[in-house]
Design a protein. Structure first.
Length: 637
């Protein structure tokens, strides 16, 4: 077979061994065919990877029970295939979880090749359901769920397998297939998705051009062959066909953009900036007479940009359609809420809140209508209040969002998990660490159940738990949690994604708290570099990371360097917030700490007084944070 690796001493005969229950034979047959017929994009073939050069096809694949010769020696044949397979792919379902043979095949492969080349595909059931009150829904075989002990027996240490999820409400067939092929070739998922998007675009353009040529030719024949009355009828039919085609094209594009932003993908996937930008321009021009469809498309496009960390592109795409939103109905509100999230990410808090208020106005006064969008509006409003220093309003917004969305039909579990996660973060900011821990752990469990352990959203959940542990003073737990977050984010994000910057900034803060100054400086500088590239200018996240970097520099005895970093942090706050913010007060108190450590007590007292005044004016003199900063100032003398 053309994609098979050349055999030599020690060269695996099979790219993969598919292990499955006989009840899943339809899925196994599809998977076998899908993998062996997939053509690796030409530009990736031959690339060197940890498992050798990338082949043109991922083949051959061994599918047990279907490819055994009639020797009668099943044990010998299976062991030979397992010995000669580079990877093991386990089709996971309640049937395979109960299968003695599937479990034995996993154990045998792990003993032969180790744990790291076992891949999983969820066909049905629920991972880790054996730990709940529905154990019969468990889809992971026991040998998949746990690691091997040194003696080759199954231990009680969780293996936490990485799985593609075939189900339609998860990855679906297309993305699940690409995830497995990425694993089988050691290619990055975003490389495959990018090339796949190019293929789909070329096919779409080819079909579109052919359809237009055929339509023009048919219309020409009609004009030539018929009188004016027949011509008029034909034009009406063409109009109907064109309208249907436009709707179908819009739906296709919307689906395409949704596929461009799963959290397992990378911000530069869809050959994206050029294609997405041109598509946004076309939507504004060609769908101007269909405002609801235009709004749906632009809201989805804006969400894709936001999820990929491309906030400036999102703002440009969304603002171009604002004049048409009053004609778009509820879909117009969705665009405004997407823009609110964009402005929030860019630090434009007043604009973000104004976007939310305009979206709520489009939804009308009846609070029982459009509960899903009202919940989304409240959920969008929560971080805006929090980012502006009003944690009480933020918590109230999240509670309001939970009420709307729990009353709305078809609310996805991930949405409830997100609200619980965000509310927990705000509670943590307010000093309620115990309440925050409960809310954040609830969210984390829901994410892991709904999305899996290797999903970006799960990684962000670990980030929130790490942040709460840091604020509660539990630094060892915080460090372990941020390492889990970074392990996921480094796998699925580009090295310059601001989400990765957030995790690195937090890791630096934790390391600074533990006295690991060199490591802290590296993490914080990497975070600042990522933010500068991602945001293209001043941003409050740069300032936050720089405040901690200044404290690290001070602890290393470099007072002048610390003060220089703080000056840049202030510039980022000034431009990003546009007014005095609680973070300005925090910066001044930290500046006072640095000055006091250098023996400059008078300057330290001046900065402390100015910082406490800002905190009192922005979040109140009675707030826990203001009180803690006042205590810090009192210790400086």
């Amino acid at each position: 077979m053309s994609g098979a690796p050349e055999e030599g001493p020690g060269t695996p005969r099979y790219r993969a061994f598919i292990s499955y229950s006989h009840r899943d034979k339809t899925v196994a047959a599809w998977l076998h065919r899908a993998i062996e017929t997939y053509r690796i994009p030409r530009k990736l073939v031959g690339r060197e990877t940890p498992v050798g050069p990338v082949p043109r096809r991922v083949a051959p694949i061994f599918r047990d029970r279907d490819e055994l010769p009639a020797s009668g020696d099943l044990g010998a044949e299976l062991r030979s295939a397992l010995e000669n397979a580079l990877f093991l792919v386990v089709i996971c379902s309640p049937a395979s979880a109960k299968s003695h043979w599937v479990n034995e095949e996993i154990l045998a492969f792990k003993r032969l090749h180790g744990e790291h080349r076992v891949l999983a595909l969820i066909a049905s059931g629920t991972p880790y359901a054996s730990l709940t009150d529905t154990p019969d829904a468990e889809c992971f075989p026991q040998a998949l769920r746990f690691k091997l002990a040194p003696d080759g027996s199954l231990s009680d240490e969780a293996a936490e397998p990485i799985a593609a999820d075939l189900r339609e409400d998860a990855d679906g067939k297309r993305l699940a297939k690409l995830k497995l092929i990425a694993g089988l070739t050691a290619l990055k998922l975003d490389d495959l998705v990018r090339r796949e998007a190019q293929r789909r675009l070329r096919r779409l353009l080819a079909v579109t051009v052919a359809s237009l040529v055929g339509m023009v030719f048919a219309v020409g024949l009609a004009l030539y062959a018929n009188a004016r009355r027949i011509e008029a009828n034909e034009q009406r039919l063409i109009a109907v066909r064109e309208s249907a085609a436009s709707k179908a094209a819009s739906d296709y594009l919307i689906g395409t953009f949704k596929l461009s932003n799963p959290a397992t993908e990378n911000p530069r996937t869809v050959t994206a900036l050029t294609i997405l930008g041109r598509s946004a321009d076309r939507a504004r021009i060609e769908l101007a007479d269909q405002p609801a469809i235009q709004a749906r498309l632009l809201a989805t496009l804006g969400s894709a940009y936001n999820n990929l960390g491309l906030f400036t592109e999102a703002r440009t795409a969304l603002e171009g359609v604002l004049p048409a939103l009053p004609r778009a109905g509820p879909d117009g509100a969705r665009v405004l809420l997407t823009l609110a999230n964009t402005n929030f990410q860019l630090g434009r808090m007043d604009e973000a809140l104004a976007n939310v208020r305009r979206a709520e106005a489009l939804l009308g006064p009846d609070l029982t209508a459009h509960r899903d969008l009202r919940g989304l509006a409240a959920a969008t409003e929560g971080p805006i209040h929090t980012g502006s220093g009003d944690t009480r309003a933020g918590i109230a917004a999240f509670d309001r969002a939970l009420r709307f969305l729990r009353a709305a039909p078809d609310t996805k579990p991930e949405m409830i998990a997100t609200l619980l996660n965000n509310r927990g973060l705000v509670m943590s900011d307010a000093g309620d660490f115990k309440g925050a821990e409960a809310s954040l752990l609830d969210a984390n469990a829901r994410y892991r159940k709904a999305l899996g352990d290797d999903h970006l959203t799960t990684g962000r959940s670990w980030y929130g738990l790490a942040q709460n542990a840091l604020m509660a003073g539990n630094l060892p737990v915080a460090e372990a949690r941020i390492e889990r977050a970074l392990a996921i984010e480094r796998r699925v994000l580009d090295a310059d994604n601001p989400i990765l910057g957030d995790a690195l900034s937090l890791q630096g803060q934790i390391q600074q708290g533990r006295g690991e100054l060199d490591a802290a400086a590296r993490s914080l500088r990497e975070a600042v570099a990522i933010y500068r590239k991602a945001y293209g200018g001043p941003h409050y996240q740069i300032g936050i990371a720089e405040v901690y970097l200044a404290l690290v520099e001070s602890a290393r005895g470099r007072t002048d360097a610390a003060l220089t970093v703080l000056d840049d942090a202030k510039r980022n706050y000034d431009v990003s917030y546009g007014k005095l913010h609680a973070n300005h007060g925090d910066l001044l108190v930290n500046r006072a700490t640095i000055l006091a450590a250098a023996g400059r007590k008078a300057e330290a007292r001046t900065d402390c007084a100015a910082g406490l005044k800002i905190l009192g004016d922005t979040i109140g003199p009675a707030s826990d944070f203001t009180k803690s900063m006042a205590a810090t100032c009192a210790k400086l003398g």
